[in-house]
Structures are given as C-alpha cells and as structure tokens.
Design a binder for this molecule. Structure first.
Ligand code: FAD
Length: 439
C-alpha cells in the first residue's frame, strides 16, 4: 500500500449481503480489499423479513453450517395465506421437497447475521471500514479510480469499486448508470414488527413440533387493504416477524399510512391470536426495489461493478433478494479478480460480470419476471377479490352439507361472478401466467 494515498486492489461499498460476499471472494484470491460501510457496524442499517437461502450461502462457504452461523429456525413449512376481512385460507407445504437436507431456507435476523457474514469476509482477508459514508467517486481520465468518503482526508483508491449500496442507490445514480431516482411505482415500502413470544407458544399457535421447525409465509388479500403488495410472517426462535410491503405510489394514491396497514394486519382475527401477549422488540421500515429488470441500472462501467439491491436484483413474488445479492456479489468479486489478472479495469473488461449473471438465475429470473410489478399494479383484484373469493369458495365447499351440490357449485361460481365477470377472471389468470412466465 502506498504511503501517500490509501490504495487497495478493490473497494466494496456497503457491508450487506452483496458487499461482504464480493469482499470475501476477492480477498480469498489474494486481493487487498476494503469494505466501506456507513453503519456503526455491518447489519446496523439492514433490515428484512426474512429468510436466507441455503444454496447461496453454501456456494460461498461450503462448510457454512460448520461455521455456526447465527440462524433462527429452518423453514419447514412455507406457502401462501389468503386473508379475507375475517377469514384465512392456508395453502402451505411441509415435508416432502421442503424437508431437504440441508433445509433450503433459514429465518435470520440481519442485525446478527450481517456482522457474522462480514466477519467471514474479514477472515478471508478483507478490511472493514465502518462508520464511513462513501459520498462520491474519484476519477482519473474519466475512469473511476476510488471513492471520496465523509472522513477527513477520506479518499480511498482502488482500480475497481464494487457498489453494493442497497436500494437507495445514490452512488449508482451519480455514476450515470441509471437515469432516474427510485421509481415510486416500482419500489415497495415494507413495514415490519418483530414480536417476542415464548418459543413454546409459537410452536403451539402455529402447530410446529419444536424449535427446529419454522415458517416462511407470504400473505395475500386483506393484509394490503387492496393495494399492490404482500404481507409476510416468519418465525424466529422466540419471535414472530410480521410485515407488509406495498408500492410507494399505491400508498401515496390511497393516503393509507404504512403503520395503519401493519396495525390492521396485526389486528386481523386470524393473526391477532398468534401474537397475543407478545412484546414488540423491533418496529421498522425498509424499501424494496421491486422493479427488477425494468429499473435495473447498467451493471458496470470503467472501474465499477454494481450488485444486489443497488441493481434492483429482487424477485418480489418469491421474496428472493439476499440470494441474488450474494450470487451477484460473488460474480462481482470474481470479475474484479479477473480484471486484476488482466490488468484491465475498463468497462469492456468488466462487462464479463453481466455475462456471468446472464448464465445464472439472477438475470434470467429478472428478465422473466420483468412484467410482474406492472401486473400487480394493473390487477388489484389479486389483492382483494380473489383472496376473498378463495375464502368464500372453500368455506362454502366445506359447509355445503345437505344442499344439492349443483346449487352449491352455482353459488360458488356466483360468489366469483358477482365480484368479477368470468371472462375477466379468466383474463386475469392468463395475465398472471404471462407475467411470471415472461411472455
Ligand atoms: C421487509 C423486507 C423483507 C425481505 N425479505 C426477504 C427475504 O425473506 N428473503 C430475501 O432473500 N430477501 C428479502 N428481502 C430483500 C433483501 O433484504 C435484500 O434484497 C438484500 O438485503 C440486498 O442486499 P444488498 O447487500 O444489496 O443490500 P443491503 O443489505 O441493503 O446492504 C447495503 C449496505 O450498504 C451500506 N451503504 C449504503 N450506502 C452506503 C454508502 N454511500 N457508503 C457506505 N455504505 C453504504 C448500507 O448501510 C448497507 O449496509 C427483504 C427486504 C425487506 C425490506
């Protein structure tokens, strides 16, 4: 390292899921890596539902589970809950494919997991600089050669900067890699409460055999008050994490306050008993970049790569974000290593990052789901009419004792067509299919 200036091989901005991964991979290959994090420590600014996905974690550290990561419960039951204003239909799966070894997903708390994930990068040789905000880039001959931080004499140099700044991608905008600020129709605000409840009560209330069983549930219907969005429920060891995310434009247009949404969800007759006598441990809100492909910036320029939420790498239907961030962080780290081997940090050299992601689920899924956020906005029936219909239809089906069944089926059909004409309902289902198949 030069005495005159703080010089590294790679600078990573942000010690979240993407940043600490990129740093670990580059440091493992012998590069001198600095991770600059604005929070007091990694994780202090980070927030999610949420579940982490084993495939991505084990891809970075094959001995991941031997390292004793701070995880909560494995996800042994997952699926959808459909809420009407006073009812609930559960469509969840447990056992079978979900009962894999290792289990595919684990609930985690980011305040605990992120510092641990960053420690793994430090063990690979990365250096974390906390409490430091990256404010801008340093340029030579029009190419990025480092970053300006908010510290006195805080310029830090490296021929490649990996930007993993999360959803509020101000630096990515500064670079001109994207020509707009956050789009309110494509960004969700998620509000969440973490409610402490004794583990034995969680198990009894949710029908979980013990603390080694847990749930990851997406909630549709009454939870979002008809706005484009989804709710969620995750089980930590001694707490439930419940929240709801809706797009910013829907909030603005409806005038509904995020805390009203969450409060109503928590007071729902099917939800309130789950959290009875619980103590609120945490209340927070965070943005989710749901635009995916449609709001993705260019992923590289001279001396820079962008990964994770900063690049809109989220699949809103599947609650996938951390695995995209980790996978993209890994590919960014590998691309930085290759650039060092070639001694070429030009945009052309770094463009192999995009090629790598195109061969993986990250860009393939983002492209496939590119119409999904528009679909949600244009089909509010999926947040309102259909979850209620599913509740009514199943309720009628399972209580239709002693009635001629032809009449029962007619009543069920009428409960749909009184809300939505049949041809429109069929059109909605086709539109949903097209939005997830990507045609
Ligand atoms: C409520 C909610 C529920 C979710 N549930 C799930 C889930 O169940 N499963 C899942 O996979 N994903 C989920 N996600 C998405 C997931 O959390 C994100 O996709 C993931 O955290 C993105 O990782 P990242 O590293 O790109 O960004 P982040 O984890 O946000 O990290 C960005 C880091 O950069 C730092 N930073 C930002 N700007 C600067 C700067 N200028 N200088 C220095 N440091 C900076 C921040 O402090 C932060 O540490 C959820 C998100 C939310 C909000």
């Amino acid at each position: 390292m030069s005495k005159d200036k703080l010089q590294y091989d790679v600078i990573v901005v942000g010690a979240g899921m993407a940043g600490s991964t990129a740093a670990a991979i580059a440091a493992r290959e012998g590069l001198n890596v600095a991770v600059i994090e604005r929070g007091v420590k990694p994780g202090s600014k980070n927030y999610f539902g949420g579940a982490l996905y084993t495939h991505a974690l084990v891809d970075i550290y094959p001995d991941f589970f031997d390292r004793k990561p701070p995880l909560e419960r494995p996800v042994t039951e997952t699926g959808f809950w459909f809420l009407s204003d006073d009812g609930l239909v559960k469509a969840t799966v447990q056992g079978g494919v979900v009962n894999s070894d290792p289990i595919d997903a684990y609930v985690a708390l980011r305040a605990e997991f992120d510092p641990w994930w960053a420690e793994q990068a430090v063990a690979e040789g990365a250096f974390i600089i906390p409490k430091t905000l990256v404010e801008d880039f340093l340029y030579e001959d029009g190419k990025v050669v480092g970053v300006k931080t908010d510290r006195p004499e805080g310029d830090v140099y490296a021929p490649v900067v990996i930007v993993c700044e999360g959803v509020n991608n101000l630096l990515t905008q500064k670079l001109g890699l994207i020509d707009h600020d956050l789009k309110i129709s494509k960004t969700a605000l998620a509000v969440k409460q973490m409610i402490s409840i004794p583990a034995k009560d969680i198990n009894a209330r949710l029908g979980l055999p013990d603390n080694n069983h847990g749930m990851a549930i997406s909630v549709m219907g009454d939870v979002s008050m008809g706005l484009a969005g989804l709710g969620f429920l995750y089980t930590a060891k001694g707490a439930l994490s419940l929240g709801v995310g809706v797009t910013l434009d829907a909030l603005q247009e409806s005038g509904i306050k995020p805390y009203e949404l969450l409060q109503r969800y928590l007071e729902h007759p099917a939800i309130a008993p789950l959290i009875k006598d619980g103590q609120m441990m945490e209340y927070g809100a965070h943005l989710i970049p749901e635009g995916g492909w449609t709001t993705m910036p260019r992923l590289y320029t001279d001396g820079v790569l962008v990964a994770g939420d900063a690049a809109s790498m989220v699949n809103a239907l599947h609650w996938e974000g951390t695995n995209m961030a980790i996978t993209a962080g890994k590919q960014a780290g590998l691309t930085a290593v290759e650039a060092h081997k070639k001694g070429d940090f030009s945009a052309k050299s770094l463009s192999t990052y995009q090629d790598k992601l195109s061969d993986l689920f990250v860009l393939q899924d983002m492209k496939q789901y590119r119409k999904f956020s528009a679909f949600l906005k244009n089909h509010p029936q999926f947040m309102d009419i259909y979850p209620t219909f599913i509740n009514d239809a199943l309720g009628m089906f399972f209580t239709g004792f002693g009635k001629p069944k032809r009449k029962l089926y007619k009543d069920i059909l009428r409960s749909l067509t009184s809300r939505r004409p049949l041809f429109k309902a069929i059109g909605d289902i086709i539109a949903f299919g097209r939005s997830i198949i990507g045609i």
